[in-house]
Design a protein around this ligand. Structure first.
Ligand code: NAD
Length: 357
């Protein structure tokens, strides 16, 4: 089969980790008889330097013309002092919005061979951890009205958390579909004891599930309690649905429980099969250009693209198995390095995974 993949390398370690994922995809294409065409397009800081904007029109058009999109990461010190409207992160928020992506699925999985990398005690993670956070992506406080002003000589700023019933229902549907294939248990996270938007969230999630997915058991957890439970007893969770802001924070916390954010991928989907696949981490400017970044998250993101956008389940599994084999072979990048293991760089890690396919 033939697929066109738009590649948004972005900034910092973005180009290195995308190159790793492309190496693995090329091996898959060879082995399984597919053709992947890659179109590199600018986003974030790189796009600001090249085109004066973090999300050029040609990038939006290129993404919409492709079958799916692979993204590295955006941002870096160089652009930190720019006005908010032309910061690299605007490119990321903009492309998600332009592609109509309203869900972000982040599986936080503790790989068997990396149980020791978890900062939690062995007893807490020995039953395995796989928390799948389904985060609403295009609404809430990141897109709500904001204001920065001075009143009576006092400077203040405000941001607005706003959710509509249809926005909550469509993200609940995505989470329910996932929960159906797994434990049939769904945790919904909110702050309904304080926030009006959370009270609507809770009522809508329950109403929608009772009507459309009665077989799914829904449990509400307040966001502060959730933050505690993730480090106290992470194995209790399977599929979790939550708002943009809470999902952003909790998915980083869940990621940390699994050992390294360099191992975790995410997908953003809307109504169509065209998705945006990316690692959950940022552009790691502190290690950019040193060939020490972990490419696994981006390689897994590419694998999720094969499975969820292209329906290539076998090929997805081949990549997952190859990663497991390389970890079992004791190879580690610096971020997941342990005593007695073999330390490798970004390029070598990607090559090992490609070779193991
Ligand atoms: P970060 O995720 O880039 O880095 C946090 C820490 O994790 C750093 O020590 C980094 O070296 C390490 N790290 C991250 N990815 C790694 C990998 N693949 N291998 C090994 N180590 C890795 O977060 P940050 O430092 O808060 O942000 C840096 C920049 O990235 C900022 O400009 C921020 O706005 C941006 N950012 C972008 C995205 C995105 O593009 N999706 C997400 C988060 C942050």
């Amino acid at each position: 089969m033939n697929f066109n993949i738009a590649v948004l390398d972005g900034d910092g370690i973005g180009p290195e980790i995308c190159a790793g994922a492309i190496k693995v995809l090329e091996k898959i294409a060879d082995k399984y008889g597919h053709t992947f065409d890659f179109t590199h397009l600018p986003i974030g800081g790189a796009a600001i330097d090249e085109c004066g904007t973090p999300l050029p029109e040609k990038t939006i058009q290129g993404c919409m013309a492709g079958d799916s999109v692979l993204l590295g990461a955006v941002g870096g010190y160089k652009w930190d002092s720019l006005p908010v409207d032309i910061r690299p992160e605007k490119g990321l928020l903009g492309i998600r919005k332009a592609m109509g992506l309203y869900s972000n699925i982040r599986p936080a999985k503790l790989w068997k061979s990396l149980a020791n990398s978890s900062p939690l005690k062995y007893e807490l993670v020995k039953n395995g951890v796989e928390i799948i956070i389904v985060r609403e992506l295009t609404g809430g406080i990141y897109f709500g009205e904001r204001r920065h002003a001075t009143e009576n000589g006092v400077e203040y700023a405000e941001d607005t958390e706003k959710y509509s019933v249809p926005e909550i229902e469509r993200i609940t549907k995505i989470a329910c579909e996932l929960a159906l294939k797994r434990s049939k248990k769904l945790v919904s996270v909110d702050k309904a004891n304080v926030l009006e938007s959370s009270r609507l969230w809770r009522r809508t999630v329950h109403g929608y599930c009772e009507k459309h997915y009665p077989e799914i058991e829904v449990r509400d957890v307040l966001v502060d309690n959730m933050a505690m439970q993730i480090v106290k007893d992470p194995s209790q969770f399977d599929v979790v649905v939550t708002s943009n802001l809470f999902g952003d924070i909790l998915s980083d916390e869940a990621a940390q429980v699994t050992g390294s954010i360099g191992m975790l991928a995410s997908s953003s989907l809307g109504e169509t099969k065209r998705g945006l696949y990316e690692p959950i981490h940022g552009s790691a400017p502190d290690i950019a250009g040193k060939d020490i970044a972990n490419p696994v998250a981006t390689i897994l993101a590419a694998a999720m693209m094969l499975r969820d956008s292209f329906e290539l389940q076998k090929e997805y599994q081949a990549i997952e198995n190859a990663i497991q084999a390389v970890l079992d072979g004791n190879y580690r990048t610096a971020d997941i390095m342990e005593e007695g293991k073999i330390k490798v760089g970004c390029k070598k890690m990607a090559q090992l995974i490609a070779d193991a396919i």
